[in-house]
Design a protein around this ligand. Structure first.
Ligand SMILES: C[S@@+](CC[C@H](N)C(=O)[O-])C[C@H]1O[C@@H](n2cnc3c(N)ncnc32)[C@H](O)[C@@H]1O
Length: 496
């Protein structure tokens, strides 16, 4: 994109001829999309989280704004993708790089922070996929953008309790995190004092440690740095934070929306429409696109292609959970600060920026190397994974009224269609070998049957998509291979 900006580097006079999109318009578009309701917004706001959280720094405004305006003065308006990348992940003053923004005292709250049930059920999905793959010896759990480490922590607790199912597996944990601040929070959550920052990150690893349950854990900046091998990849509210390009259909064809300095107020930024085609506007929009306004996140396409290729070659699966759409929505770019919607161009670096994930684009980018399942709603995924039973177990074991009330409130928050239940979607990439029909007889038939039935308690069971497994979709967390009894507050597993 830097090359592109140089190509189109233009004078300030010329910039004034760009079409300016007035802020009120932008916000009203957003309001329409959000139904004027905070509750409909993707980032979830306004619930007390289960943990106590640290504060957000608010000192980045002048330096980030100065940085952006100098950049624009030097090279001309920048793409929305470049704006988002700088604001969120600039190594010096990026929003994610400096802040711990999650939770009640931050800017938004996420499902793993709301309830342990969320991570536990994803933990079950991971074990199920590993079993369906024939229990490979090495099992890498890889999380992209782990936030405060809560999801991985809840998954590892399930792994500890399912030791009998996982016996023989060499489990390792791999975290892809751009933020030094958050990697520190994750290290404390998962490994206490048992981590070391790597002096040289030649191998791509910048921190290593041992989790509380004794598993090796490593941190990387990029997914390509994670060692090869069978991996279960998880990305919860990760793809929505990657930079998007925005395009507007005009009489002259597709044009890219850029960020410029407001000529009336040099301390302010504004959106403009680039007058000529850009490399992105000519390459990223499908010829048959029907919408008038489109957002495309090429970084997410690149990452999904990498995951698909690794799953096809080395085995594994990926579960992507985020708010999003299937190629239908238009203007979804928005900001969150202090649990409220925030103008994306105001005080850059002090608010989270996000855009809905386009699952149809991810499916296109994954190609034929893998099988794509979903998206299905968070409600359906969690219900089919057994959240109701898990809630009952936790309620039965809870001693005080306030925890009881909090459990019900968080369950409701996760699955209520009006809250997170329908806004959030689950999408997975599976290896083709995962979908093979069991052989009826001959060598390996028993093993194949075992794999197939394990599949039933994983995605196939949970998504309700694969009709040929209808008889296995009995709504019970059980399979011929092992059975989750959920009769105590712990997950138990009895191998048959
Ligand atoms: C919205 S938070 C979600 C955190 C967590 N998954 C959760 O649901 O609570 C986004 C996470 O992705 C990380 N992140 C954002 N952009 C990234 C990038 N380009 N590479 C790696 N991590 C990134 C952030 O630092 C943060 O940990």
């Amino acid at each position: 994109m830097r090359i592109l900006l140089k190509m189109f580097s233009i004078s300030r006079t010329c910039m004034r001829s760009f079409t300016h999109i007035p802020a009120p318009n932008r916000l009203s578009l957003l309001d329409c999309y959000l139904g004027c309701s905070q509750r409909a917004a993707g980032r979830w706001t306004g619930i007390s989280s289960r943990r106590c959280l640290s504060s957000v720094e608010g000192q980045t405004v002048p330096s980030m704004l100065r940085h952006l305006t100098s950049k624009i003065k030097a090279t001309g308006p920048i793409t929305v993708a470049e704006y988002m990348r700088e604001v969120l992940t600039n190594p010096v003053s990026g929003y994610y790089v400096k802040n711990d923004m999650l939770g009640a005292e931050g800017d938004f709250i996420t499902s793993p922070e709301i309830s342990q049930m969320f991570g536990e059920l994803i933990g079950i999905w991971c074990v199920s996929e590993w079993m369906a793959a024939g229990k490979p010896k090495a099992f890498q759990l890889v999380e992209l953008g782990p936030g405060r480490g809560s999801l991985t922590s809840d998954i590892l607790r399930v792994f500890s309790q399912l030791q009998s199912a996982l016996k023989g597996a060499a489990v390792s944990v791999h975290l892809v995190e751009v933020s030094p601040k958050l990697s520190q929070v994750q290290a404390e959550c998962l490994a206490g004092d048992h981590t070391q920052v790597c002096v040289s990150d030649e191998e791509g690893v910048y921190r290593t440690g041992t989790t509380q349950s004794g598993l090796p854990v490593s941190w990387y900046h990029r997914v390509e740095d994670v060692p090869r091998g069978f991996s279960i990849f998880l990305a919860h509210e990760f793809f929505d934070a990657l930079p998007i390009h925005k395009f507007q259909k005009t009489e002259k064809g597709w044009r890219e929306i850029m960020v410029d300095i407001d000529p009336e107020a040099p301390e302010k930024l504004r959106f403009v429409v680039f007058p000529a085609p850009t490399l992105a506007s000519t390459t990223l929009i499908p010829a048959d696109e029907k919408r008038e306004h489109v957002e495309v996140c090429p970084d997410s396409g690149v990452i999904v292609q990498k995951l698909a290729n690794r799953i096809a070659v080395e085995g594994g699966a990926a579960l992507i959970a985020d708010y999003g759409h299937d190629g239908t929505k238009t203007d979804t770019f928005r900001g969150f600060r202090g649990h409220k919607l925030h103008d994306v161009l105001l005080a850059p670096g002090t608010a989270d920026l996000t855009a809905d994930v386009d699952f149809s684009y991810l499916r296109r980018m994954a190609g034929d190397e893998v099988v794509c399942m979903g998206p299905i709603t968070q409600r359906l995924f969690l219900k089919n994974m057994g959240i109701d039973t898990r809630l009952q177990v936790l309620l039965r074991n809870c001693r005080d009224a306030s925890t009881h009330a909090q459990l019900i409130q968080s369950y409701n928050m996760l699955i209520n269609p009006e809250k997170m239940g329908h806004r959030f979607q689950f999408f997975s990439l599976l290896s083709h070998s995962r979908m093979v029909e069991p052989r009826e007889e001959g060598e390996g038939a028993e093993e194949e049957k075992e794999r197939q039935s394990a599949a039933a308690c994983g995605w196939i069971h949970s998504s309700g998509i694969a009709v040929r497994d209808a008889e296995l979709m009995c709504g019970k967390m059980s399979s011929g291979l092992f059975r989750y009894t959920m009769e105590s507050s712990n997950w138990t597993c009895a191998e048959k």
